[in-house]
Ligand binder design. Structure first.
Ligand SMILES: NC(=O)c1ccc[n+]([C@@H]2O[C@H](COP(=O)([O-])OP(=O)(O)OC[C@H]3O[C@@H](n4cnc5c(N)ncnc54)[C@H](OP(=O)(O)O)[C@@H]3O)[C@@H](O)[C@H]2O)c1
Length: 327
């Protein structure tokens, strides 16, 4: 059942479950946005499944260390490391990816870092903040990590996993910017910001488009790339909601999933569903994204967002080696 009624029904009736497997022994995972919220819950869950090594990727070393200590208390056998990455700094993302490239094992990558800014603001890079953090940075990181994932997959012969966190909110926006000569430039213009969560939801739609395009360029036998909707969950994501915050909190109280349940959706997409390459998961199953994504127009927008992102990164992050994916 689609639409907002379907959303309400699924929020009320579906209870996400933790991973069925209890052993990820010998496996290595990297999670961005792992200090809090859904990323933190996913990190905890993987560690509790006897994961051997966990890289907690955060922008604040103190928050990262607190997270490390909490996870170690619960899962002392997991080797937990805190690595710094700020999605608002290209050079930091590039340096982080270079460090990842030195790893000799990495089985799971979960890109969970994100934010929901409800008022127009610009990031250090000059882009609208939701666009920078949710799309540009996550996409740059995915591009920079893939050569490493492919190398490691080829050395073992097993497919590795990459999951990008999107949202059901991608169904709910008009995406008026799709007809612009340059979609990303248009999204930087304050008058296109829209109301309430529109800009955030548009960046989550772009996460879905990006995942599909990226997956189309990589073999599922090497890296299984998917995107997941965790559902509407309690977390700090909603902290910038001011107008209607009272109503949102009541709705959250009535139908919201716990942060841990949201985390279960992330770990499920990351570890299970070997047939999910290029697909969208919601309620812990592979399902269709919005009809726009599946339409011809959606496919055109998908290719356009890809081209624009590559061009933007070549120009703004010239030190990033994305030649692997350049057309
Ligand atoms: N909660 C929901 O209802 C919901 C629904 C659908 C999708 N999602 C998606 O789930 C993902 C996780 O959200 P959440 O609910 O866990 O939110 P959250 O509790 O606010 O956590 C967001 C995480 O992203 C990190 N982050 C934000 N800006 C960053 C930056 N510039 N560089 C590096 N990391 C940064 C935060 O770090 P700091 O602590 O340092 O800020 C935090 O670790 C997001 O992609 C979100 O869009 C959430």
């Amino acid at each position: 059942m689609g639409g907002q009624l379907g959303f309400l029904y699924r929020q009320l009736t579906f209870i996400p479950k933790p991973l069925a497997t209890s052993s990820l022994e010998g496996k290595v995972a990297l999670i961005t946005g792992a200090n809090i919220g859904l990323g933190f819950e996913a990190a905890r869950e993987l560690a509790s499944c006897k994961l051997s090594r966990l890289i907690v990727a955060v922008r604040d070393p103190i928050k990262g260390e607190n997270t490390r200590q909490t996870i170690l208390t619960e899962a002392p056998s997991c080797h937990v490391e805190v690595w710094i990455v700020d999605y608002d700094q290209y050079d930091g993302i590039i340096a982080f990816a270079k460090r990842i490239a030195e790893l000799d094992q990495l089985d799971y990558v979960l890109l969970s870092a994100g934010l929901k800014q409800m008022e127009y603001s610009t990031s250090h890079t000059g882009h609208e903040t939701n666009v920078q953090i949710n799309h540009i940075a996550a996409s740059l990181l995915s591009l920079l990590l893939l050569p490493t994932l492919l190398r490691l997959s080829r050395s073992t012969g097993n497919p590795l996993r990459l999951t990008i966190v999107s949202s059901e909110g991608h169904f709910w926006i008009p995406f008026k910017e799709r007809t612009a000569a340059n979609i990303l430039k248009r999204m930087d213009e304050p008058e296109t910001f829209g109301t309430a969560m529109q800009r955030y939801c548009t960046t989550k739609l772009i996460n879905v488009l990006w995942t599909r395009e990226l997956a189309s360029r990589v073999s599922e036998h090497e890296v299984i790339i998917n995107t997941v909707n965790p559902g509407f969950c309690y977390s700090g994501l909603h902290r910038h909601v001011k107008t209607g915050a009272g109503i949102m909190n009541i709705v959250l109280w009535m139908i919201g999933r716990t942060t841990a349940q949201g985390g279960h959706c992330l770990t499920d997409a990351l570890v299970e569903h070997e047939d999910s390459h290029g697909r969208y998961l919601s309620e812990q199953q592979i399902t269709d994204p919005s009809s726009f994504v599946l339409s011809m127009e959606g496919e055109v927008a998908q290719k356009q967002v890809w081209r624009e992102t590559i061009e933007l990164l070549k120009h703004e992050a010239p030190n990033a080696d994305i030649s692997f994916f350049s057309e």
